[in-house]
Ligand binder design. Structure first.
Ligand code: C2E
Ligand code: CA
Ligand code: CA
Ligand code: CA
Length: 276
């Protein structure tokens, strides 16, 4: 077995991801990577725009390969969405965040919601809500501590999404519409999809500084707030953007201005320094 493993890794390190995607052994590589803990979670703080205090975080995956290279999700998520591994990976991420929250709870730390991404591909699986509820129960964790970030998609029917949202709500989850304004999202769908929070995509945040862009942002956030939705902004990089979003009564802000995604120990340091 040992010899086989060594050969396997030698083979693996020689390949780039593009080649991997075409290889029949991709399944083995994925399962080994999962078993060997090569997938790591980094945490990007979500901050109160008024006080600068921590409000929560988003868990973002990275793949640390045996040769030490770190792959960002853009390099492998599209591939895993194609071959179906994404469902296993999303579940792993959810389980890992639940376990982390449980460790913090047992250490007596204050818990903050840590949101987890679910690919729309994972939503196609009929028992997705049951799966997530089961995992949550196995950690005896309140669902408010693991909000779910879901991107809208042209390929999923609005009625299917709204029924899924309902089921997740019945299980107690908080739901964020991710990447709002990035292309797929239509205003009319907001009427039928009862998300708790809308996450303004970085492309909208980049409108700040442009007169018409700012008007658009102002009216979009007012509309969303009138629906009772809370607003998160992502990709916030400048103090001007923070100032503008503060005036819009945006609820939380995520971006390099406050912090990049951090490995867990550095995230804990950030929390210590930014607790109100
Ligand atoms: P996303 O959900 O829109 O996450 C935000 C991305 O923007 C992250 O990239 C983050 O590192 C980056 N970012 C944060 N603040 C700033 C900023 O101020 N400026 C700029 N330029 N970028 C910023 P990352 O970590 O590379 O993730 C890329 C995408 O991969 C995510 O986009 C998400 O769609 C996906 N992803 C990450 N983890 C998971 C996961 O566990 N499951 C699934 N299904 N998708 C994931
Ligand atoms: Ca996200
Ligand atoms: Ca996003
Ligand atoms: Ca985005």
């Amino acid at each position: 077995i040992k010899g086989k493993r060594t050969r396997h890794y030698a083979f693996y390190e020689d390949l780039d991801i593009k080649q991997l995607s075409e290889d029949r052994l991709m399944e083995d590589v994925f399962e080994d990577a999962l078993k060997n803990g090569e997938f790591q979670l980094w945490y990007q703080p979500k901050v109160d725009p008024v006080t600068g205090n921590i409000l929560g975080a988003e868990a973002l995956i990275r793949w640390k390969r045996p040769d030490g290279t770190m792959l960002s999700p853009g390099k492998f998520i599209p591939l895993f969405e194609k071959n179906g591994n994404i469902t296993t990976l999303d579940e792993y991420v959810f389980r890992t965040v639940c376990a982390q929250q449980q460790r913090w709870l047992q250490a007596g730390a204050t818990l903050y919601p840590i949101s987890v991404n679910i690919s729309r591909v994972s939503l196609y699986y009929s028992n997705v809500v049951d799966k997530y509820r089961e995992i949550l129960n196995s950690f005896r964790l309140d669902p408010k501590y693991v909000p779910l970030e879901i991107t809208e998609s042209a390929t999923i029917d609005n009625s299917d999404i709204s029924s899924l949202i309902e089921q997740f709500h019945e299980a107690g989850f908080t739901l964020l519409l991710d990447d709002f304004g990035s292309g797929y999202s239509s205003l009319s769908s907001l009427n039928v999809m009862h998300f708790d929070t809308i996450k303004l995509d970085k492309s909208l945040i980049d409108y700040i500084g442009d007169r018409n862009g700012e008007k658009l942002l102002l009216h979009i956030t007012q509309l969303l707030q009138s629906f009772g939705m809370t607003i998160t902004a992502e990709g916030v990089e400048t103090s001007d953007q923070v100032e503008f979003l503060k005036n819009l009564h945006c609820d939380d802000i995520q971006g390099y201005y406050f912090s990049k995604p951090l490995p867990v120990n550095e995230f804990e340091d950030f929390v210590r320094k930014h607790t109100g």
